[in-house]
Design a protein. Structure first.
Lengths: 372, 275
């Protein structure tokens, strides 16, 4: 078992009587890449700010390296932050921005020079020392912000939506680079994002948050394959979430059919939510299908077609590499391991039907959120 | 077509101000120049400028007084502006009104009432005597004149600093704390440099009226003070010394411009101060 570096115990926080965090329990181990993932207003940034010392929890404990740090101001914490929009000091050039922390801790000038140089190399900004930070591009500012934080050799680096302001291509590059930097430096990264893809591709552990509560903590594969409730299933990737009844162990009924599955341990005839990922459904001839439905729309996505199928009034999303014509009747085949059963939760029946689905909605949720 | 019409509109919109400044700014400046370099017969001379050496002490004293007043205003004004920027929206509004209130009253009346307060037998000295202090004279002292400058011009220091502090992004303060600065270090390393434009306009707005004031020194100086402003005023009260007055005005303007240029050195290169 790895060492717990940071632990939040029963942390609560409200702003103007509006609860933002309720009973957050979380621990983060040394050298881990943890992502706090959730939609705008879920409390992820507040959690990060509590760890950084910029917010004080109303109740609960924050433990760092075995000691409670609730009353320790930010400047005494061995934590550095890469802020949303970077907050580089506009009155200092690149070199002075990066050297800032070392100057405060009175490091000798020749060591500062050596370490700034090292940092600039780490973030691929050699030769940028004398540049004015306000003249840099978003990606370059981003790198300066990372260098400015990392040069202090913090135990933990907090990153608040650091890639939010960058365009897609640059974001992908920076994701890899951040992952590399984390690997090279061995520093614990706590990363806040609302981008599920980013979270899945970078993290060792993903913490999914909604409405000020932690919904699920797990590895990216766990979170994707075994979502704990309808919220997580919907937020991470695409999911068809259907009402069902667990008849007995390994047997579930939904969409009017009985299916074999791999889940057990539910009550007899317990109502549950069923998750079927769009890529796990096979399109077959109507007579071979376990379910049949009418195709209502087909969209070409490059790697696959995105097919919306109406099955008894419930719209399923299916991803298939084979084209099917709209209006056609098709059969669906679902393997037992493609079915994931979840307990009913407050989020049941809120997600998972694609009847109102449109691509625009998807893009809207991608818009960078402002401070929560 | 569109573009032409717009530029025509712009020219018309700017015209009243151009006329105004030509009449009330450019022309008077030219008159000052003319009088400063001519004698009573209208012929060119350096005599006026050269004769100013006898006023050098007045210049030095005015400079010293306004520098002290400006420094004290800055030392009071910055913390005040800082506290104001930290308070809640509602308290901020009240503090703002309190700060602005004196500015709604004429400078002359304010100075006059300060004089009444500080006068022998005025409120302050009566109170001090009642409290068992010796009878003190305020009017006519250096302190009274400097106090008057501070009292009259403090709001002009606070407002621009307050504005730049409220505009200062909170994230810079957080970033500084994050990188290990205690609150004092944050003030020195981050807040002061980032609010420098506000400080400079505040300093300018206190320094310039302080160095050229004549009313404050007349009322609170008890007639025994002669700052540049007083000297200039006296020169212009009779037609004979117009030329000396113009010369003093010219030198003072140059003095102020030099001071502003020095102050501009402190600010970022890309942020020029407009007076």
């Amino acid at each position: 078992m790895k060492k717990k570096l940071i632990e939040l115990r029963n942390v609560c926080k409200s702003f103007d009587d509006e609860p933002v965090l309720s009973n957050i329990d979380l621990f983060i181990t040394d050298k881990e890449f943890v992502t706090l993932l959730g939609p705008s207003g879920c409390g992820k940034t507040t959690t990060l700010r509590i760890i950084g010392g910029f917010e004080t929890p109303d109740s609960g404990e924050v433990i760092f390296d075995g000691q409670s740090i609730a009353d320790v101001p930010p400047y005494k914490r061995n934590v550095n932050t890469v802020f949303q929009k970077y907050a580089l000091f506009p009155h200092l050039n690149v070199y002075e921005n990066i050297a800032f922390g070392l100057r405060i801790s009175k490091v000798k000038e020749d060591e500062i020079r050596r370490r700034v140089k090292e940092m600039l190399e780490l973030v691929n900004l050699r030769g940028f020392e004398r540049r004015n930070v306000t003249m840099l591009s978003g990606g370059q500012q981003q790198r300066v912000a990372i260098a400015r934080a990392l040069i202090n050799h913090p135990k933990v680096l907090l990153l608040d939506e650091p890639l939010g302001a960058l365009d897609l291509k640059l974001r992908k590059d920076m994701q890899n680079e951040l992952k590399n930097i984390q690997h090279k430096t061995g520093i614990t990264f706590i990363y806040v994002t609302h981008d599920q893809e980013e979270a899945l591709s970078m993290s060792d552990t993903v913490v999914v948050m909604a409405d000020g509560k932690i919904q699920q903590i797990g590895t990216p594969t766990d979170i994707y394959n075994e979502p704990i409730n309808a919220f997580v299933a919907d937020f991470i990737g695409e999911s068809n979430i259907i009402d069902g009844v667990m008849l007995e162990d390994y047997k579930v009924k939904f969409a009017g059919q009985v299916f074999k599955c791999l889940d057990k341990g539910f009550d007899k005839n317990e109502p549950i939510d069923v998750v079927v990922r769009p890529e796990d459904v096979d399109v077959v001839k109507p007579e071979d299908g376990m379910l049949t439905g009418v195709v209502t729309s087909v969209t070409f996505k490059g790697v696959h077609y995105e097919i919306i199928v109406d099955i008894k009034g419930f719209k399923w999303m299916i991803q298939s590499t084979d084209y099917v014509a709209p209006e056609a009747t098709i059969g669906l085949f679902i393997e037992p391991d493609a079915i994931h059963i979840m307990k009913k939760s407050e989020y049941s029946n809120m997600f998972g039907d694609y009847s109102t689905f449109s691509d625009e909605m998807d893009h809207l949720s991608d818009i960078v959120e402002e401070d929560e | 077509m569109m573009k032409n019409r717009r530029s025509l509109f712009e020219r018309i919109a700017g015209a009243p101000y151009v006329a105004w400044s030509a009449m009330f700014i450019i022309a008077p400046l030219l008159f000052v120049l003319y009088f400063a370099f001519t004698d009573r017969n209208g012929s060119f001379t350096f005599e006026n400028i050269l004769s100013l050496t006898s006023y050098s002490q007045t210049f030095v004293m005015s400079l010293a007084f306004s520098l002290i007043a400006t420094t004290v205003c800055l030392l009071i004004g910055y913390p005040l502006a800082y506290c104001m920027s930290k308070t809640s929206e509602r308290v901020r509004g009240i503090l703002m009104v309190l700060l602005m209130l004196p500015m709604w009253i004429s400078l002359l009346i304010r100075t006059y009432s300060l004089m009444a307060l500080l006068d022998n037998g005025g409120l302050v000295s009566t109170l001090l005597v009642k409290l068992g202090f010796e009878k003190l004279t305020f009017i006519g002292t250096d302190g009274a004149v400097i106090l008057g400058m501070i009292y009259d011009f403090l709001p002009y220091m606070v407002l621009p600093i307050y504005t730049s502090l409220t505009k200062l992004d909170k994230r810079y303060i957080e970033a500084s704390a994050d990188l290990g600065c205690n609150p004092l270090q944050t003030l020195i390393k981050v807040m002061l440099p980032l609010t420098m434009p506000g400080i400079i306009s505040g300093v300018t707005m206190v320094f310039v009226p302080s160095i050229s004031t004549f009313y404050i020194s007349q009322k609170l100086g008890g007639g025994s003070f002669d700052l540049i402003g007083d000297t200039i005023e006296r020169q212009f009260q009779n037609a004979v010394t117009y030329h000396t007055g113009a010369a003093i005005s010219l030198v003072m303007m140059i003095l102020i411009l030099i001071s502003l240029a020095i102050m501009n050195k402190f600010s970022d290169n890309d942020e020029e101060i407009i007076v």
